[in-house]
Design a protein around this ligand. Structure first.
Ligand SMILES: *Cc1c(COP(=O)(O)O)cnc(C)c1O
Length: 361
């Protein structure tokens, strides 16, 4: 029995999910099986959306799998990685009783999905060291096993910390949790760092799950497409729980375009700009009065501590610049998270923090 089969909710063992008109493959030219409109809409001149979309379009899976270097059977496409997180919780946590483990400060959706499902959230905080935030791997393993948490969510590179976790540490942790927990590695910012994807480890571990998204480096946050990658048996279980038609037809087309060679070469250009700007911004902010610490980052953002974060936030807002206030997060009560913008936008951030900016109305 695989780790996922063991962790599958007892009440879903025999559950097959909704069987939609599109999930049974059929041949034909006159489609009268799904109660769609036979006449098109003015709002959809090319007919993209007249019919329900395929639940998991073969071409999309093939291209995404090639892009992330896994097999199509090892990948589930969904509405952003947010849906992936939610599916994992709903598939592998007993409602009102299950348990997930997170390492704060981290992405908020892991705890939100868990709470909505009535699952307990156990926190093993990151360690704030002079080298930046690091995972307490021993404590993660111990607490996961002790609490019988079915899911461990780690973010790599970390949001909001920008810190990374190397594949060696991930496979070691996965080995300790084998048979007991799924180790979910959220690589929303994977494109911006230098660490290899944990998707390479899928063959060797039946309990590693990797999340990727088109929302960040691919610049398609509004299309709401992300992927869960894991061994095929895990993906098959998640599919039973997913909505019948999760992907909107216009968005499927958009992602296929985003995976074409010219779009991928633009992707590489955008990533190069972010990495260059991140380095410049980090260096400039690190030298400023009033900046306590700008953490090194492998994401498209910087986490920065200030002597007076409230004043900086107000000054930025007055200049029309909106950054993420992190002060409500435990241990980050002096911190802001600043996304890397265009070179002009980043220069404006520095000017405002330096106190040299002209306030724009
Ligand atoms: C932005 C982000 C996501 C992306 O979520 P989508 O639903 O794919 O837009 C996932 N995980 C982390 C850590 C993020 O910061």
């Amino acid at each position: 029995m695989t780790t996922a089969e063991r962790l599958l909710r007892a009440d879903l063992r025999d559950f097959r999910g909704y069987v939609s008109a599109r999930s049974t493959r059929q041949e034909g030219s006159v489609w009268l099986n799904a109660n769609e409109s036979a006449l098109p809409s003015l709002a959809d001149p090319d007919g993209t959306s007249q019919r329900y979309p395929e639940p998991q379009p073969a071409e999309l899976l093939k291209r995404l799998a090639a892009h992330y270097q896994v097999e199509p059977t090892q990948l589930l496409a969904g509405r952003g990685s947010d849906e992936g997180i939610d599916l994992l919780v709903r598939t592998f946590c007993e409602p009102g009783d299950g348990c997930v483990l997170i390492a704060p400060p981290t992405f908020g959706m892991y705890a939100v999905s868990a709470k909505l499902h009535g699952a307990q959230v156990i926190e093993v905080p990151l360690l704030d060291t002079p080298r930046g935030f690091i995972h307490d791997l021993d404590a993660l393993a111990t607490h996961t096993l002790e609490a019988k948490a079915s899911l461990v969510f780690l973010c790599n590179p970390g949001n909001p910390t920008g810190a990374t976790l190397d594949p060696g540490a991930i496979s070691q942790l996965a080995r300790r949790l084998a048979g007991r927990s799924l180790l979910v590695i959220d690589e929303a910012y994977g494109e911006y760092g230098d660490v290899a994807s944990a998707s390479r480890l899928l063959g060797a571990h039946d309990n590693i799950v990797v999340l990727r998204t088109l929302s960040k480096a691919h610049a398609l946050a509004g299309a709401r497409i992300g992927c869960v990658m894991a061994q095929a048996s895990v993906i098959a279980l998640l599919r039973r729980v997913q909505a019948p038609y999760p992907l909107a037809a216009p968005c499927i087309g958009m992602v296929l375009k985003a995976l074409q060679p010219t779009a991928l070469s633009e992707l590489a250009d955008r990533i190069a700009v972010v990495r260059k700007e991140r380095k410049i911004l980090h260096k400039r902010l690190s030298g400023l009065d009033g900046v306590r610490c700008a953490y090194p980052s492998s994401g498209n953002f910087l986490l920065v501590r200030f002597d007076d974060a409230a004043a900086i936030l107000a000054r930025l807002l007055q200049a029309g610049i909106v950054v993420r206030d992190m002060r409500a997060y435990e241990g980050l009560d002096d911190a802001l998270r600043i996304s890397i913008g265009t070179p002009t936008e980043n220069a404006a951030v520095v000017a405002v923090i330096e106190g040299n900016a002209r306030v724009s109305a």
